[in-house]
Design a protein around this ligand. Structure first.
Ligand SMILES: [Zn+2]
Ligand SMILES: [Zn+2]
Length: 340
């Protein structure tokens, strides 16, 4: 090929020009005169590429400057060096030197821009500072469970989950936690966050859910709702001994459909529906299960010392258990039962 400008023959051309004529008088790289770098005065994050990110000031300045670099057509930046020079308190000159690949040849271009630091408050912080909320989770714990740490456990789970999700979506946060009698009210920044937390807790603890929405007003010609999720935590917990169909059973699992129990008379496991579980009487709370000392053992039977009367008793046990020094037992209606 030949160059249409200088007529040079037998050369590689770009748009009909030889490399030298193509580059002639053109800027290899080009930057705007100045750029504003937004910094949140509250969380101190910087807005780069439409995202709020945590960075040191210098890195943020370099990064936003590099974002604005434009190259000559057919050019692609392979590497770039930056040098930040402080001009005033909030004004910085950023010099950029970039190696640009233009149709297979590396050329170096230089330019600079002024980065001006501006303070603002990001959307999350302005919402957080204004105690913004879209959803309330009303955690209500049965009075039998209020002192056994269930409330603390649930609140801790919610906090951990929100913290994790906030790493992906920074608009998710807890705006307030209010302790009330019988539970806690948790104010959340998003309805979908409240929904997913509620569903999750209901699955783990078998909590009953009631959902209600109220119109709070019209924002930007859109109706805005707040949703309240009422979660009633059942009286029973895993480990409790319950009475179900005249049999004493240990609750061994809770799930969204109900739970699993093991019969203390024949040690057979069965499922129990949510409603049956809610209606079942708790006979012994998990924390009140006693330990009995083992005196001797034979297949399917143990001789133990009754933990209250100290009388030696024979109790039935599953045939395949490994016997330790003590076993868990409950005394119900004067009968000592082994608790698997
Ligand atoms: Zn030429
Ligand atoms: Zn912020």
């Amino acid at each position: 090929m030949f160059c249409v400008k200088c007529g040079k023959d037998d050369v590689k051309t770009i748009n009909g020009l030889c490399f030298k004529c193509f580059l002639n008088d053109r800027e290899i790289i080009n930057m705007p005169h100045h750029i504003d770098l937004m910094k949140c005065a509250n969380c101190e994050e910087y807005l780069i590429n439409n995202k709020w990110v945590k960075k040191t000031k210098n890195l943020a300045i370099e990064e936003i400057a590099l974002e604005t670099v434009e190259t000559i057509s057919h050019g692609e930046i392979v590497s770039a060096e930056t040098h930040v020079e402080k001009q005033e308190d909030k004004t910085f000159v950023v010099h950029v030197q970039a190696n640009v690949n233009v149709s297979g040849t590396i050329v170096t271009g230089k330019d600079n821009t002024i980065v001006r630091l501006k303070n603002t408050v990001c959307k999350r912080c302005s919402r957080q500072l204004g105690n913004y909320y879209e959803a309330i989770m009303q955690i209500r714990i049965d009075e039998n469970n209020i002192d056994n740490g269930l409330l603390e456990e649930v609140v801790k789970k919610i906090k951990a989950s929100v913290e994790k999700q906030a790493k992906i979506n920074r608009l998710l946060f807890i705006s307030n936690i209010r302790m009330v009698s019988g539970g806690a009210d948790i104010f959340l920044s998003s309805i979908s966050l409240g929904k997913s937390l509620t569903r999750n807790l209901s699955d783990i603890y078998g909590a009953e859910i009631k959902e209600s929405a109220s119109l709070v007003g019209v924002v930007d010609s859109q109706e805005t709702y707040r949703v309240t999720f009422l979660l009633r935590f059942p009286a029973h917990r895993v480990g409790d001994i319950i009475q179900f169909k005249d049999k004493f059973c240990k609750l061994i699992a809770i799930n969204k459909n109900g739970g699993k129990i093991i019969n203390l008379h024949n040690f057979i496991e069965t499922s129990i529906k949510k409603l049956e579980l809610f209606n079942a009487k708790i006979v012994v709370k998990a924390k009140d299960i006693k330990q009995a000392m083992v005196v001797s053992s034979s297949l399917g039977e143990l001789q133990v010392v009754h933990p209250i009367t100290y009388v030696t008793k024979d109790i039935r046990v599953p045939q395949d258990i490994k016997v330790n020094d003590t076993v868990s037992v409950v005394d119900i209606e004067s009968e000592l039962l082994y608790v698997p």
